[in-house]
Ligand binder design. Sequence first.
Ligand code: PD2
Ligand code: ZN
Length: 285
Amino acid sequence: MNMTPALSEWIDQQLKRGCNPNDMVDAMVTVGHDRHVAHEYVYAAAARQTRAETPGVAAQAMARLQVPEPLDRSLSDGPHQVVLSDAPVRVLINLRMPRVVVFEGVLSDADCDLLIAESRPKLERSRTVNRASGGTELNAARTSEGTYFHHDESELLVRINQRIAALTRWPLENGEPLQILHYGIGAQYEPHYDYFDIADPGTEKLVATGGQRVATLITYLNTPESGGATIFPELGLEIAPIKGNAVFFSYDHPHPNTLTLHGGTPVVKGEKWIATRWMREFPYR
Ligand code: PD2
Ligand code: ZN
């Protein structure tokens, strides 16, 4: 069943009356809507209302968003690994605030090599989002080259995307295309936040599809000989880039007090390849 003007109006009215969004999803399912689609409609409408009605930019930035949560229990009383349909993934570090999880074995060596091989001929100098316009631009702070892959671009991408979605427990369709980055000696990614700043004029355009970014998974496709760590300067945390490992972090509101400032330090020896999945609130199309 598709979204009709009448359904859209019903959703808006129920939300304005203060109805519980989950009850609304249940009601839509009983009249024949797919649960996933119903969830998407209701939560997208709720987010639109919040943005439109919340008085100031500052308040909007503080509204808490749903974020992916890869682990369903603490490492103290549960296994240290996530069982997926193919190979398990081990949890190395589990930090609550900010939410950061470091994983081992997210991708096999063979899949890392294949991703690099498929990316190499497509590499272009990395562009960053222009916060004012919502477009992209070359940026001295990001001296890497990169490319991206659509979700179903190849059998390899389908497999990797399914694995990332299962690990993060977040719908693949909420993911931006998988971004591959290559850093040579001296190349780095200066500290930044991955969310879009509410105060930036370009943000409205950037969140029009998929809403805010709410989480990031950076997977290391090789092990640089020296340098190239991922750092969270405010936490004093450095993560060694090790082939097949990954760092996940989430940010439930687009504000520096999420403590998710992070960067990639210059590669000192060798080269560095990563695959980044940025996750949005809603389907990204
Ligand atoms: O390459 C990294 O370590 C890195 C650091 C900061 C990647 C990203 N951000 C990113 O892809 O968002
Ligand atoms: Zn980043």
